[in-house]
Design a protein around this ligand. Structure first.
Ligand SMILES: [Zn+2]
Ligand SMILES: [Zn+2]
Length: 379
């Protein structure tokens, strides 16, 4: 029986209050409106950004809400005006979009879509300012346009990457956010040459994806920097060849790196969001050609301070959002990198739980246990 145009009743994990365990509820999911698509989610995973907004310390709290933004699913139905997706297509929802109409979308140089750029405060659809989720008439709000902790969700067509239907969704679902962010920071922005040296600050999922990018690019030295020595063993699987724990040294880590590398690394990628790590990541690159790329999100009042001579001596400082990938145009090719065995995705997946145990995924992340936990919608 077709569900096209009908409201669907299904299970969703609802966050009723900040910091409280999610509750699996029966929700109603309205049909997609103009330029929207209803997606059956098959696999989703938990990312730090979900936990950050679930804890709601310091941001505008929007509750009740359905979190989740790393996922893979199948199109169930499409709204008016949607021409490039149809029921049955395999898709990855992405927290930032690509409308293909605005100036940044038309520019080869930007992925910061004016219409669909991430908005963490909005809990409703752009089309009519309403939520598509409800429980007995009470609206349940969306999260960054994706809300994948639900068996069905409604997403703007511009936030869906259509991917190879042969790609296993239980693996490639992790390419929706963190892994692509780190990978793209290295491959699209830092662009290390074969045989070069790369320093990666922060060895969580994003940093290890940046290291994986350096490995794919053929870097010969990949130096991992982290305050947690327990991460070093795992990082070897991602091509990291050397480790520095700043706590083991009395001098700044940029000086340690300069000594190890004869003046500095060729490239560095910062994935912690700590302002001091950002400054170190910039000051540890070699003069003449070094490029540092900032990925981690800083605190609100941070200011970046370095001596301008560091720039005059031909070092470059860059920043990136979502690894400079345009979601619809570029993410399908990241999936192909996995399909042709260039990119290894399995090593990022350390846990897996059925949907009914989604709160376990939060526990793993809060304990810092593992990298990615896959949440299986169908047991
Ligand atoms: Zn756009
Ligand atoms: Zn994320």
């Amino acid at each position: 029986m077709s569900t096209d145009g009908q409201t669907i009743r299904c299970r969703a994990a609802v966050a009723w209050e900040a910091g409280k365990p999610l509750v699996i509820e029966q929700v109603e999911v309205a049909p997609p409106q103009a330029m929207e698509v209803r997606v059956k989610i098959l696999f989703t995973s938990l990312c730090h950004t979900d936990v950050y907004f679930w804890e709601a310390k310091g941001q505008t709290p929007v509750f009740p809400r359905i979190f989740g933004h790393e996922a893979g699913g199948v199109v169930e139905s499409v709204g008016e005006g949607v021409t490039d997706l149809q029921p049955g297509d395999h898709v990855l929802p992405v927290f930032t979009g690509e409308c293909k109409e605005c100036r940044p979308c038309k520019s080869e140089e930007s992925n910061l879509c004016e219409l669909l750029r991430i908005n963490t405060d909005r809990g409703v659809m752009l089309n009519d300012g309403k939520a598509r989720f409800s429980i007995r008439g009470q609206p349940i709000y969306h999260f960054i346009g994706t809300s994948t902790f639900s068996e069905y969700t409604v997403v703007h067509v511009g936030c869906l990457a259509k991917i190879n239907p042969a790609a296993p969704l239980d693996k490639v679902c992790v390419l929706s956010c963190g892994i692509s962010t780190g990978l793209g920071a290295t491959l699209n922005v830092a662009k290390p040459k074969k045989g070069s040296s790369v320093a990666v600050f922060g060895l969580g999922a994003v940093g290890l994806a940046a290291a994986e990018g350096a490995r794919i690019a053929g870097a010969s030295r990949i130096i991992g920097v982290d305050l947690n020595a327990n991460r070093f063993e795992e990082a070897k699987k991602f091509g990291v060849t050397e480790f520095i724990n700043p706590k083991d040294h009395s001098k700044p880590v940029q000086e340690v790196i300069a000594e190890m590398t004869g003046g500095g690394v060729d490239r560095s990628v910062e994935c912690t969001g700590s302002i001091n790590a950002m400054i170190s990541a910039f000051e540890c690159v070699h003069d003449g050609w070094g490029v540092a790329v900032l990925v981690g999100v800083p605190s609100r009042d941070d200011a970046f301070k370095t001596h301008p001579m560091n720039l005059l001596n031909e070092r470059t400082l860059k920043g990136t959002f979502f690894g400079n990938y345009k979601p619809r145009t570029d993410i399908p090719s990241v999936v192909e990198k996995y399909m042709n065995k260039e990119l290894e995705v399995e090593k990022f997946i350390t846990h897996s739980v059925p949907f009914s145990e989604i709160n376990k995924a939060f526990e793993y992340m809060l304990k810092g246990d593992g990298l990615r936990c896959i949440i299986r919608m169908e047991a």
